[in-house]
Design a protein around this ligand. Sequence first.
Ligand code: ADP
Length: 884
Amino acid sequence: MDSIGSLGLQQGEGAPSCPQEGLPCPSNSSEMVQECLQQFKVTGAQLRQIQTSLLGSMEQALRGQVGPAPAVRMLPTYVGSTPHGTEKGDFVVLELGATGASLRVLWVTLTGIEGHKVEPRSQEFVIPQEVMLGPGQQLFDFAARCLSEFLDVLPVDNQGLQLGFSFSFPCHQTGLDKSTLISWTKGFKCSDVEGQDVVQLLRDAIQRQGAYSIDVVAVVNDTVGTMMGCEPGVGPCEVGLVVDTGTNACYMEEARHVAVLDEDRGRVCISIEWGSFSDEGALGPVQTIFDHTLDHESLNPGAQRFEKMIGGLYLGELVRLVLVHLAQRGVLFGGHTSPVLRSQGSILLEHVAEMEDPSAGAARVHAVLQDLGLNPKASDAEWVQCVCMAVCMRAAQLCAAALAAVLSRLQYSREQQALQIAVATGGRVFERHPRFLSVLRETVMLLAPNCDVSFIPSVDGGGRGVAMVTAVAARLAAHRRLLEETLAPFRLTREQLAEVQAQMREAMAKGLQGEASSLRMLPTYVRATPDGSERGDFLALDLGGTNFRVLLVRVTTGGVQISSQIYSIPECVAQGSGQQGILLNWTKGFNASDCEGQDVVCLLREAIRRRQAVELNVVAIVNDTVGTMMSCGYEDPHCEVGLIVGTGTNVCYMEELRNVASVDGDSGQMCINTEWGAFGDDGSLSMLSTRFDASVDQASINPGKQRFEKMISGMYLGEIVRHILLHLTSLGVLFRGQQTQRLQTRDIFKTKFLSEIESDSLALRQVRAILEDLGLPLTSDDALMVLEVCQAVSQRAAQLCGAGVAAVVEKIRENRGLEELTISVGVDGTLYKLHPHFSSLVAATVRELAPRCVVTFLQSEDGSGKGAALVTAVACRLAQRTRI
Ligand code: ADP
């Protein structure tokens, strides 16, 4: 037995019964009545098929694989976030299409304080039938007149009123205030509106009317209004479900799943437009002859087939068709109908609600039937009640199947097996038929057993939600302005970068000449890069803080092989030579190939002893920049620049000896260690320095020093981001304005977070996880903003670095008098290597600023050891050549 059978959905055998168990049924019920009611029963399997088919249609539409008349439309609404609860202000809301043949105007005041509500004022206007079916302009003029009439009696001034337009028909939205009607539904059929922007039509009408100056800020449909107006409960409400005249739902989808949007971040509210769901395979088996008749006689035959089984506009009509059918066959009303019963639309949703309500009793049913010009017998009332219940129950069950499809979709897109979600419900069917919600809830529980769904009735029929959308739009626009203002100093123009390049060139020249400059331009005594002819075994010592690494570097025709061993530094040694630090030292004594096979530790001890005793004869003191250049240089003879972007940043390059004032000699070259981290320490970068750079600098151990490095390297980027986040929080733009202790903690925001947050492969959900780990109280917009902050900071870092490299390669090109220079840069450092965009931004900046240099970037492997060995190898090669 199907599990849904317990709800009475299974087609039953044996004694006839009402759709609702326990209800008194006439014992003399004819086969014909049973047959009629039976048609409205839906099995669990049928509901599951509808759920599956609808889910398939939804996913197809999201992927954009649909024909001109798709089963469901999945329309993006340009509502990207659910409310904060802090929205405030006064808003006018105009509702059209939410509640049948009426138009509603509301004045909504949002207080920005949770729990503190100001009741909206509203007025409902009945739309005459001839306006609903007449020319479009007439409808919009009618709306503008209603607006003025409503505002006339309110104490408002005519200044910048902000209006949210709730327009509940299928529309193609291209902006929050741009929406083109696809087709009329729900009994409307005005000419010259389909294919038009309804916001513009409303604006034009308001202007024609001329009484008020009103800004139409946002257009949404009633499902979105319902969702957005929901009082935030345990969590945000991310599904809106409306069953009124028609039916529809919306939910928050990940933007990257929506093919028509050119957006891969954040979420967007999707209006499903499920009223048009039409899969014959799934719906066919549950459609009755009455559904076919109803469709046939409707304003839009063949369209909105699903809606016509659920929407309030049609429930009364279905009941009417069944009653006419039964009367004409002599089963009801003594075989008589009445002119009222025979006329289309005479049974309204209200009638069905009244007759269906078991607590109202037979007398109420009787009264309604008499109003319809009928003369019911006692048993008639009971049967009519059964008919009403059968029609409504089917509607609730079908609606549940559709909602279950949405829940399945959310489970999938959120990658959450057990989903906890709030669904905002709205519309007269919910309000007037209490049983509708209970059947809906029970059926959803069976169809989507892993979802914990709470249903929350909408506030003010969604009007508050429309005001909320309008307010959110206003808030987001204000926050975006503040974010842009904050990040603007980080967005460097081409001119600013060219200026950095020029200043760097000048500082390089001065430094080389021995004049005052923030660039020290230290000669390294490395006179050549590898040319590939180096051969031999070399020993390298890599001296770290706590470890000594000894590397045996074998340079052969087959390439460079390195074997290494790590020794901890004996305390006496560490204390004996405070100078050694992180330098990598090469001594002449270690370069000979005859050390092969000797005891490495022995050599090391001897070296240290010699160093302490007689000041070791140092051939080259190689810093990491030089090591990086040399190690890449062995593979690529064009490699004449070394770049480090790790904890700190620095560059070295091959300069013409004649330009180096502090070293004798006019021919040949020498590698210059620029120590560019200190660039700008003379104040030359002050134009680019932001308040955040100043904060980071002030809090550092060396205020005023290494200004260039502090804008670029791994030790500082996280800190810059943290200071920006603090500022944006103080402006109320981030984290709802709540300052947390965590974010006040220095170095809490690691530079590696920038890499993680900016990684293309990471969903925003993971960005949220990183920030939540930091204990930051995140909203969905916050993650996006933090991402933008990280991007601005790392982009500036990479561009400044690129401007520096451009200065260096241009200098080399000019030194050599070349039209075009082909050169490679060896690079090391975790920030450069692991950040997802840093390296490509550096390269792009260099291309832009040094167009006559063809620059290749090579990432070094084990730059320090291998590079140091090669420094020695090259020194040996040069020495041999001199001897010859
Ligand atoms: P060093 O420059 O000290 O020789 P590294 O090249 O490994 O060492 O750089 C270390 C720096 O790299 C640290 O300051 C750290 O902030 C940064 N870093 C570590 N991991 C990442 C990452 N995944 N993305 C960007 N930067 C990182």
